[in-house]
Design a protein around this ligand. Structure first.
Ligand code: S3P
Length: 181
């Protein structure tokens, strides 16, 4: 089974995911990076030339591919939860954990980024508030949540290690958590 880190942009999924994978001696994959590699374009270009629905299609296809693997820590893009099928895929093949942060903290952490097309707007503060509100029920689908606002990467990783301690390395693809319980 895999560990899927979901949550809004700037909540630390990639930096935390990388460290968590190192500690657990699991593989790490950043789904956004995988999309860029597969499409040979960066996310901003994909959004600009082909639009968000096209991006979501590749995102879903690659999530499905990764879900066949085992013992992967997967850092997901912030919008992955918008598709019900994606939530089902994650829950069936692993544990979905949500990282969160306050709107102010997200604004601070994402301010310098030019690689997030959804935040390249005149008023990112308003956009963050709007998207957070709209996405709250989707993020609430996660089995566990960690507020990373006042935590270092190391502190979040330690919490995740505790949460995921009971997950044994799996040997079979599509390892079912129910079977383990
Ligand atoms: C998105 C988040 C981004 C990336 C894309 C869309 C979103 O990933 O997938 O720009 O819809 O929230 P990060 O959450 O890793 O920034």
């Amino acid at each position: 089974m895999n560990i899927y880190l979901v949550g809004f942009m700037g909540t630390g999924k990639s930096s935390v995911g990388k460290e968590l994978a190192k500690k657990k001696k699991w593989q790490f994959i950043d789904l956004d990076e995988l999309i860029e590699l597969q499409d040979r374009r960066n996310i901003s270009d994909i959004f600009a030339k082909d639009g968000e629905p096209y991006f979501r299609k590749i995102e879903k296809k690659l999530l499905l591919k990764v879900s066949k693997e085992v013992n992967f820590v997967v850092a997901c893009g912030g919008g992955i939860v918008l598709d019900k099928d994606n939530i089902k895929i994650m829950k069936e093949s692993g544990m979905m954990i949500c990282l969160s942060a306050t709107a102010d903290e997200i604004l601070k952490r994402t301010a310098a980024s030019i690689h997030r097309p959804l935040l390249q707007v005149a008023n990112p503060e308003k956009q963050i508030a709007h998207l957070l509100k709209m996405r709250a029920p989707y993020y609430a689908e996660a089995e566990k949540a960690i507020d990373t606002t006042n935590l270092s990467v190391k502190e979040v990783v330690n919490k995740l290690l505790k949460i995921t301690a009971k997950i044994n390395p799996s040997t079979l693809p599509n390892y079912s958590r129910k079977a383990q319980d």
